[in-house]
Design a protein around this ligand. Structure first.
Ligand SMILES: [Zn+2]
Length: 514
């Protein structure tokens, strides 16, 4: 190489090294130390978790329980010291629905109390009913005549017997193995799927909503069902058709009472009936259904920024839950982590450059309604000409979410945003001792970061350990399955990521195409 070119090449090489090195991303060691000390020595995360699960309990969007919960949440954000705490109503979300009482007993041939919960947005039983149980196999229109006039006053078992999922019983719930983490770290390119051949749609099949309408018209005492194979667990969601009818009072009252039962109790009834031996159950469900349409809301609060105060870094998770348990993991744990991250930042006296805003969503379980409405209202969508990109679109740096259970963060998903890799990797480095090591190129879904990602804004979900428990959406998602240490670490990591994003020289880079 000619001597005169040497300095130029050296500079070029250095620039190249800088571009590909994570060492050039500043990590605020002093702030990390303060965040770690506050979050690991003086944590309140399990206090938040306990209050929400023990005192508030389940928080179905548009229930009195949820309204009570959100009132507490607003007060708590204020107590933490956040500014601009507010409820932001975003859409008409039907009438309130609350379960106040449920009891299901096997009376004959052998007395047993059974574990069961009503399906959300279904009515009560109008008192205690004693009913003979019958198996109903209703698939297509031609089946209707077979059952017409035979179901009045009956407890109808409408799902087939359930196959028990033995995997958790045999295997327990391993945290992530090293091999699994390395596999998640390896770049995965989504396979190109061949277009599936067109299948002929049967038009004679009844929808779930049509089946319910039939049971109602036939005057059944109660519909019993089981849709999950986990021993001891009731998996219960919302009534089919509830979203379509806008969670209306009329829609709720037009349904028969529907009760989900654990697999072991449900299968037992099916087996007895299969022997030709009569089964009698006693059932009572009381629900409270509101009489006016109300608006669902998200709850927000801020630590105002300084020199870049009009730019925003967000964090959060969904505050709403399904109704059959306190939902300690899904997603009370994510809310506890977000609250604790904000508390830590306030406690260490953080004065971020950008505004840090926490958002606790509602309507997630029914379909990300809260976060999507928020993104549309505040940031818009450049690809949707009816709303376009709003001024806020350029002001959001990034959104960080927790909603994959209560396990410890082991990494973060890039969501396909390669431009964010260097930053997210560098900010992870101070938490190697937590076992946080993976930056995965994968895109993951099913929760509120999607609302940001799908309009081209950086929205991230952390990669989490599995921990024992039933996961979400069951009656068994309790405080007692939560690992305190995991949530403490998550809050520290969350606070640190948010701090670094809020302090960085530039906004979080975005995907060039979506
Ligand atoms: Zn969730």
């Amino acid at each position: 190489m000619p001597t005169r070119l040497r300095p130029i090449v050296t500079v070029l090489l250095l620039l190249l090294a800088a571009a590909f090195s994570f060492d050039t991303v500043p990590v605020d060691r002093e702030m990390v130390a303060r965040i770690r000390e506050e979050g690991l020595q003086h944590s309140r995360v399990m206090d938040f978790e306990s209050y929400m699960t023990d005192v508030l309990g389940a928080r179905l969007t548009m229930s009195r329980d949820m309204q009570r919960g959100q009132a507490w949440l607003r007060a708590e954000l204020t107590r933490i010291g956040l500014a601009n705490v507010a409820a932001e109503p975003y859409m008409d979300y039907g009438v309130t629905w609350d379960n106040e009482y449920v009891a299901l007993h096997l009376l004959e041939p052998d007395y047993t109390p059974m574990v069961a919960y009503p399906i959300a947005y279904t009515p009560g039983t109008d008192g205690r009913k004693v009913a003979p149980a019958v198996i109903v196999d209703l698939q297509a229109r031609e089946d209707l005549d077979r059952y017409r006039g035979t179901l009045r006053g009956k407890a109808v078992l409408v799902t087939p017997p359930v196959a028990i999922d033995f995997a958790p019983l045999f295997n327990g719930t391993p945290r992530r193995t090293e091999a699994e983490l390395r596999a998640l770290e390896a770049t995965v390119i989504a396979p190109i799927r061949p277009t599936p051949p067109r299948t002929v749609q049967r038009t004679d099949l009844l929808t779930a909503a049509e089946k319910l309408a039939f049971y109602k018209a036939e005057g059944v005492a109660v519909v019993l069902q089981c849709e999950g194979g986990w021993i001891g667990a009731v998996r219960g969601f919302g009534r089919p058709g509830a979203r379509e009818d806008g969670w209306s009072r009329a829609g709720m009252l037009a349904s028969p009472p529907v009760v989900a039962v654990t697999p072991e109790h449900y299968n037992r009834m099916v087996r007895i009936l299969g022997r030709g031996i009569p089964v009698t159950v006693e059932v009572e469900v009381r629900t409270r259904i509101g009489d006016r349409v109300e608006r669902a809301a998200n709850i927000v609060g801020e630590i105002p920024g300084t020199d870049l105060a009009d730019e925003v870094v967000m964090l959060g998770g969904h505050f709403d839950t399904w109704h059959a348990s306190p939902n300690a993991s899904d997603n009370t744990s994510g809310v506890a982590v977000a609250l604790e991250a904000m508390r830590i930042l306030k406690a260490v006296g953080a004065r971020p450059r950008r505004t840090i805003r926490v958002a606790l969503w509602s309507g997630e379980e029914q379909g990300l309604f809260g976060s999507r409405a928020y993104v549309r209202e505040h940031f818009g969508d450049p690809r949707d000409t009816t709303v376009g990109a709003k001024p806020g679109y350029e002001k959001l740096s990034a959104y960080f979410n927790q909603d994959y259970g209560a396990g410890q963060f082991r990494g973060i998903y890039l969501q396909g945003n390669e431009a964010a890799r260097a930053l997210l990797t560098a900010w992870m480095e101070p938490f190697r001792d937590f076992g946080m090591t993976v930056v995965s190129n994968q895109s993951v879904g099913s929760t509120d970061h999607v609302a940001f990602d799908e309009v081209g804004l950086p929205g991230f979900q952390f990669l989490q350990d599995r921990i024992p428990g039933t996961g979400g959406h069951t009656n068994l998602d309790f405080y007692d399955t939560i690992q305190a240490e995991d949530l403490m670490k998550n809050a520290v990591v969350m606070a640190s990521y948010v701090w670094h994003a809020a302090s960085a020289d530039a906004r979080m880079p975005r995907k060039t195409r979506r």
